[in-house]
Design a protein around this ligand. Structure first.
Ligand code: SAH
Length: 225
């Protein structure tokens, strides 16, 4: 999967992709992530990427031209499956969406800033708008990092244990069971006996029951009999 992220603050996106699982995904060649500075496509002498809003009102608006030039530059090299704008009023990101988007080959992600982007970009160039939650961030970069992380970890070969994404919360409409590690006794706080019994079928049964329990309690709306 190839992901091209368009931003006015490329530095914000260096660290999220330089560690752990996302780093491994890049090293293995499973995911290619490129960050593009929209300012490199600014055409006026001040290299501006934002301007005052028509009709007045507080806050700057990201200009259409540098963004479209950057997109066209990328589209002249390959075909993109989706051009995504990270937006608080977009479709709410969930595991199902992450699963389906992990099938895509080439994706552009546009990060907004200030008051947002010129509406004409949304209407005529963006194919999908994604929100990471009903709250407002100051820029789309952190949202893009969240989105890219959740999608990339699903790609085959990224996680060490191929099945481990499958046992995560939401993957099967269930929340993951509790997990424990050594020591089995910490100041009298003990791990459930069953987990150290070696009785694999019973352990699996317990895990499933715990998942069902947790889902009913924490996400009752998600629970299906
Ligand atoms: N004025 C806009 C918010 C702009 S916030 C409004 O009220 O809707 C600036 C940028 O941050 C947005 O352009 C978007 O790219 C990003 N952003 C903010 N909150 C987000 C969220 N919850 N999900 C995804 N992107 C978000």
């Amino acid at each position: 999967m190839r992901i091209d992220i368009l931003t006015v603050l490329p530095d914000l996106l260096v660290s999220p992709f330089s560690h752990s699982i996302l780093k491994r995904a890049k090293e293995k060649g499973v995911a290619e992530i490129y960050v593009h500075n929209i300012r490199d496509f600014a055409t006026n002498k001040h290299k501006s990427v934002d301007d005052y809003a028509f009709g007045g009102g507080a806050g700057m608006v990201m200009m259409i031209e540098p963004i479209v030039l950057c997109m066209e530059h990328l589209q002249s090299q390959r075909k993109y499956d989706e051009i995504i704008y990270m937006s608080p009023d977009g479709e709410l990101l969930d595991q199902k969406m992450a699963n389906s988007l992990s099938m895509l080959k080439n994706v552009i992600i546009l990060c907004g800033h200030y008051k947002g982007i010129d509406e004409r970009i949304r209407r005529h160039f963006i194919t999908r708008e994604i929100s990471i939650g009903n709250y407002v961030l100051s820029g789309g970069e952190l949202a893009a990092a969240v989105f890219v992380d959740t999608v990339i970890r699903l790609l085959p070969g990224v996680l060490n244990d191929e099945t481990s994404a499958l046992s995560d919360s939401f993957q099967d409409d269930l929340i993951a069971p509790p997990v424990y590690t050594r020591p089995a006794d910490f100041r009298g706080l003990k791990v459930p006996d069953l987990l150290i019994s070696g009785n694999t079928p019973e352990i699996e049964k317990w895990k499933h029951e715990q998942s069902v329990e947790r889902t009913k309690k924490r996400r009752p709306g998600m629970f299906k009999e």
